[in-house]
Design a binder for this molecule. Structure first.
Ligand SMILES: Nc1ncnc2c1ncn2[C@@H]1O[C@H](COP(=O)(O)OP(=O)(O)OP(=O)(O)O)[C@@H](O)[C@H]1O
Length: 488
């Protein structure tokens, strides 16, 4: 932002209805206060302003719209509780049109300097996920806000699985400056896989060649929750509130999200953003898919059946470990850990410290983010950051049914810890391999089933740019008491 814009000062008195307000604009803050008691003052930073517009004069719908030179509206967002953002507006009136135009021009100039804000968004809507309400969610909460913000949104409602991925790989996207989706983790997964493969295609890179680095997609991504669990949206925004997610896209602020590639011997199977889980969670994903008609409750039903069965899966895990010493910070807005990584050249100079564990496991998970969601406010890897370049390998050895219930109960608490549970191991890793040694389970990869059991997973630091300001550091206590793990 240029110094001239930065230092501009405005001060006027306006009417809002019958109330008189003194309005200031200085150092990027809009402040208004009542001229008469009660003397309430409100401040809105310019970066929280969505748009500033003249009001229209009410005319016959057939007539051309004319604006009222005496009235204007400041559309802005304010943080309510914890991570939740809400839309608000302030309409002001002045008898002198010059006063109004000076405010409108100055504020609009400031907003134009936010060049990171999206103008032309390609938005995919998955009508099949969650409670099948994604389109309604967009129409009710997304469309009006994007219109106020002046974002031109092109909507594609997906018609089949993997269509989003295919469109992104094969179509010309030059007319868009951003892409987004309304859906659950599976929809986000289609989006990110499509974008990375597209970038490979454009740059002539073979994604199946593990020796080549995967390229970073150029388009930033917006994630609007519309699925069943919405772990990725929750970890990005600290909530699954749709309005909050839409406002995060409109603000245009972004952060780098790590992605993890999953390969078998010959090829790239897929990339994921939240978690890759084998055993208990893999089986839940597999069995619950056929019960989709039950809605999100299918996860509880399958989880309950699987936990009672208490099966164990023999396997071998080999991982490239990193000493986790002292790293118990959580990933919130303005995260220093992620910021440092965004400025670091990825040298991959880590000591090659491979370790192998063989055994019978209840569950093996590679978490790329904390995997927090409404029912598990800390997730399975509370200290995993969005863009730290690490995976958290959570290994739960096969144990008694009672111990399984203990771990599920812990996952549903915001004060999650496993230090006193000898059957749980957590390692911070860059890469891991898994080999099934007897009856195979499946992998649950961002909620999607992956049948190849023998895989190699590697993290790619901040490969995706996502619209988000991060979640608030004030944790929200879960108000649901059911088990958290089976829905992660
Ligand atoms: N039109 C469609 N018809 C059928 N399947 C679709 C369609 N569009 C997308 N899909 C697929 O639907 C599946 C489920 O979508 P999604 O993951 O978004 O919802 P969910 O499983 O209810 O939510 P979550 O993953 O957050 O639990 C994904 O595999 C996605 O690829």
């Amino acid at each position: 932002m240029s110094d001239n814009i930065q230092n501009s000062v405005l001060l006027s008195t306006f009417y809002c209805g019958r109330k008189r307000y003194r309005l200031y604009f200085h150092r990027n803050q809009i402040v208004w206060d009542n001229e008469r008691p009660p003397y309430a003052q409100q401040t809105v930073p310019i970066e929280n302003v969505i748009s500033v517009q003249y009001n229209n004069i009410e005319t016959h719908p057939a007539d051309e719209r004319t604006y009222n030179p005496h009235n204007f509206t400041i559309h802005y967002a304010e943080r309510k509780e914890s991570s939740i953002w809400r839309y608000n507006s302030l309409t002001l009136r002045h008898s002198d049109p010059l006063q109004v135009s000076s405010w409108v021009k100055t504020l609009q100039n400031h907003l134009q300097s936010f060049t990171q804000r999206p103008k032309r968004l390609l938005l995919f809507v998955n009508p099949y996920g969650g409670k099948k309400k994604a389109l309604k969610l967009f129409e009710n909460f997304g469309k009006p806000l994007f219109s106020i913000a002046g974002v031109d949104v092109s909507v594609i409602v997906s018609q089949r699985q993997n269509q989003i991925r295919d469109i992104l790989i094969h179509h010309n996207l030059d007319m868009f400056d951003s892409v987004g989706c309304v859906g659950g983790d599976g929809t986000v997964s289609e989006l990110l896989n499509g974008l990375v493969i597209r970038e490979c295609r454009l740059r002539g890179i073979d994604p199946d060649n593990a020796a080549q680095d995967l390229p970073k997609p150029t388009l930033p991504v917006g994630v609007i929750p519309g699925g069943s669990t919405d772990t990725i949206a929750y970890c990005l925004h600290g909530t699954t509130d749709v309005t909050t997610a839409v406002l995060h896209i409109i603000f245009g602020d972004s952060l780098g999200l790590d992605l993890v590639s999953v390969r078998d011997k010959d090829r790239l199977l897929r990339l994921f953003a939240s978690a890759l889980s084998y055993g208990y969670l893999g089986d839940i994903a597999y069995h619950s898919e056929r019960l989709r008609w039950m809605g999100p409750v299918r996860y509880e039903y399958c989880g309950f059946k699987k936990i009672l069965a208490n099966e164990g899966y023999k396997g071998e895990i080999t991982f490239l470990a990193d000493p986790m010493s002292g790293n118990e910070s959580r990933c919130f807005e303005n995260c220093q850990e992620c910021f440092i990584k965004s400025n670091q050249v990825n040298t991959n100079k880590m000591e090659k410290n491979w370790k192998t564990i063989q055994g019978k496991f209840f569950m093996v998970s590679g978490a790329n983010i904390s995997c927090a969601c409404e029912r598990s406010p800390s997730g399975i890897a509370p200290y995993c950051h969005l863009g730290d370049g690490y995976l958290y390998l959570v290994i739960i050895h096969h144990t008694s049914l009672l111990n399984n219930l203990r771990i599920l109960w812990r996952f549903s608490k915001s004060t999650y810890t496993t230090d006193d549970l000898p059957f749980v191991e957590i390692h911070r890793v860059k890469e891991f391999c898994f080999r099934a040694l007897d009856i195979p389970s499946r992998w649950n990869c961002d909620g999607e089933i992956q049948h190849n059991t023998d895989i190699r997973a590697r993290v790619h630091c901040q490969l995706l740019t996502v619209f988000s300001r991060g979640s608030s550091s004030v944790p929200v206590e879960s108000n649901k008491s059911s088990c958290g793990l089976c829905r992660c």
